[in-house]
Design a protein around this ligand. Structure first.
Ligand code: GRF
Length: 224
């Protein structure tokens, strides 16, 4: 990987992490996917560090998880910026300041200004709780509720590169879970979430180590 941000040549930020790629994780709420990333790092399944956690909301559990791991946090809330472009510029500045190489949206409830996507082309991952392109758009639990209502027998989650079109970027990895006859939205969402917690750290590892290349809508890996 490397390139966007200051990454491997990121001076102080890189030195602080002894050359380990820095992730910037964006959150808005519960933070269970952030926790899954941190757990995978602690288990040494993922050779990365979280350089910064940026939240669009104050007082959310994800910020407490970051603080408990001594990870620098920033709240960049839409109401504090006169425009989406200025909010985006603040996000890019915070990510670059932390030497972030790969950005991960883990329950981030905002749509970026296009300038953020341009600053990190194919270096922003999002996790969505459906098998895209089915049930795109909307925050959890809408995609899970839509899948249940549609009567599909399989659902799951998708990690994809972020582009300007919501939930439509090239797909990096997917995991499938069954939809059971006695499922409620909550039960299905819980089963999908457990799959997310396995998929997201693994997808990050593949992107960092596998030299992904994007051909049209496809993401192809040389290795990893
Ligand atoms: C997850 O279901 C994720 O797929 C979606 O938002 C939810 C975030 O959950 N984008 P958490 O904050 O990581 O617990």
């Amino acid at each position: 990987m490397a390139e966007p941000g200051t990454g491997e040549s990121g001076g102080d930020a890189a030195a602080a992490g002894q050359g380990t790629p820095a992730l910037g994780v964006l959150v808005s709420g519960r933070g269970s996917n952030l926790r899954a990333i941190l757990d995978a790092i602690e288990r040494r399944e993922l050779a990365a560090r979280v350089g910064i956690v940026i939240s669009s909301r104050t007082g959310v559990p994800a910020l407490d998880i970051a603080a408990a791991h001594d990870i620098p946090t920033r709240v960049i809330a839409p109401r504090d910026y006169p425009s989406r472009a200025e909010e985006g510029a603040a996000i890019v500045a915070a990510l670059r300041g932390a030497g972030v190489e790969l950005v991960v949206l883990a329950g981030y409830a905002r749509i970026f200004d296009p300038s953020v996507v341009r600053a990190y082309p194919h270096h922003i991952l999002n996790i969505h709780p459906s098998l895209l392109p089915a049930f795109a758009g909307g925050m959890a639990p809408k995609p899970q509720a839509d899948a249940l209502a549609a009567g599909v027998k399989l659902s799951g989650c998708t990690v994809h590169f972020v582009t300007d079109e919501v939930d439509a970027g090239p797909i990096v990895a997917q995991a499938v879970v069954p939809v059971l006859d006695d499922d409620t939205v909550e039960r299905l969402a819980e089963r999908i979430l457990a799959a997310e917690h396995r998929l997201l750290p693994e997808a990050i590892r593949r992107v960092l180590e596998g030299h992904p290349r994007v051909e049209g809508r496809r993401v192809l890996f040389d290795q990893g």
